[in-house]
Design a protein around this ligand. Sequence first.
Ligand code: MOS
Length: 692
Amino acid sequence: MTPTRTASIGTPVARIEGPLKVTGTARYAVEYPVENVAYAWVVQAPIARGHVVSIEPGDDDGLLALLWHGNAPRLESGDDPELQVLQSPRISYRGQVVALAVARTLEAARRAAQSVRMELVEEEHDAELTPDHPGLYTPEKVNPAFPSDTSAGDVDAALAAAAATVDVTYSTPALHNNPMEPHATTAMWVGDDLVLYDSNQGPSAIASQVAKVFSLKRSQIHVIAEHVGGGFGSKGSARPNAILAAMAARVVGTPVRLALPRQALFTMVGHRTPTIQRVRLGASADGKLTAIAHDVVEQTSRLFEFAEQTAVVTRHMYAAPNRRTSHRLARLDMPTPRWMRAPGEAPGMVALEGALDELAVSLGIDPIELRIRNEPDVEPEDGTPFSSRHYVECLRLGASRFGWAGRSLEPRQRREGRWWVGTGMAGATYPSMVMPSTATVRIDPERRVEVTLAAVDIGTGSRTVLHQIAADGMGVPLENVTVRIGDSGLTRASIAGGSSGSASWGWAIDGACRLLREELSRLTGPVPPDGLSATFDTTPDVKSRENSGKHAFGAHFAEVRVDADTGEVRVSRLLGAYAVGRVLNPRTARSQFIGGMTMGMGMALHEESVLDASTGDWVNHDLAEYHVPVHADVESIEAVWIDEEDLSVNPLGVKGIGEIGIVGSPAAIVNAVWHATGVRVRDLPVRLDKLL
Ligand code: MOS
């Protein structure tokens, strides 16, 4: 049987599960009907450093258990100290969970949690990142395994000899992931087996982590995440809610539900580290970069080293013979930073692309032209050829769609009524990653195809594109395909992270389809009544793949209006132009791009977790005070892309689209604000008080 070319890939199929979601039929982690369920509520540390002496119940009406380190079941240590909940009296940051109230009702659990009597010993804490923090050290590597520092040539000499230089420090604030669905778990023990309905970005990975902590065999744990209301990285590994719910369910002997309240998301599940980034650029008069240096200061916690790879992006973007990048970390009495959409690239490009804009101004060269003049032929640091790099094409496509031609180099040139109007641009890039996954594909005599693997759709549309991949892989219409994901009992799949889902899972499905077609072609009779199936594991192929030189690229363009009297900034137009390999579904892809760009707008203008250093607390820890863009903030926002063929990244030629939209879009907006007003804001977000 040869596949008929159904060509589902590349068509704008609407989300398969859309009707379930809009009718409220799709079930999320704490919505599964479970008999005899109890509810849990977290008690969080009200101090940033110290230890717990005792915790006792206050209002215990309906209370089933109050767990704290004095009575909580012991856990095995795993790979993540944040999962060692209630194991130690130590308090490592404000908001760390110190107790869990479990009660018959949600209200009783909350009341009990809020009325506990705590005896604590408080110690002096250190919560504030400063550029010259005395504790700064060089981590061995930055995430996931890059060297902390790199250097080539002589940056200082090149800067001293350069016709034009820029030496600027940009800073980005702490930012918090706020998925619509908070981190939540329903936990249930069935004998010695554990079932978790859990909101996460990777059922296989979460099952392995939780199994380790509870000393279970992998086969004893079952993680279900059929629908997930967003994650942006914060659900990429098991979070304390999964462990706490499972622990509580074991203690009280009934299933337990734990949905973290929105405010707890600001301390218990990670955040994007604040960064302080010094960028120095040197160039010849004709705009050739002679030196690039990008030195980053950022933070981690006392519990865990998380080293955001902020300057790594600078290793790939532009040619220059003399170059250096570095990362320094301070261990603070603060929650551990984690992944937040395009960790590394998003904050790193704020500084690099802002500094390039400043260099373009001082050279009197158009910022697009400056980037084109510094386009590298190969990876600037290690000389690896790029598998494909269409950055310049993105710059040109974006410029033409946006109407860049004729833009003034000077700022503060265009006034429309009460508004100063300006435009800006910045580059974008994201590595094209794949991670090992295994998929099973089955076909029955009616040519109905079933795909199973432990992938997960966190709202991106990945379930839909997996249907499309299988339809084309088996040469059947889309409606013949069923995809089962979101269940750790299925074949092992990688996490929905690193913009790698479609590439990684799609590769496994595509491979299984190929094996199944071969099996069918060897078949002499009809397909047996119970069907035929094939399983494909990409591990050997993925492990033998060279990562270097494989990236998606793009360019962002912004037009802003700034109120001449109040400094209010409005983004009137935002455009992204991308080269991201093959686009599997233009409808869901566009949503991913403009979603990333919207989050980029938040990073440029709205989002900021404000630290009260005296308490180690985030002052604004809810959506009333942590501002994210809403529809009214997004006027015109568009994404376009070029046709890019790159089968060397994976057999589907998919580079990944989930994160590139937030890379560079903040810098494009900040650069546009400068163009409108002549005010260069280097400390994000651009608030109106910084423009007056
Ligand atoms: Mo993304 S921050 O890798 O989920």
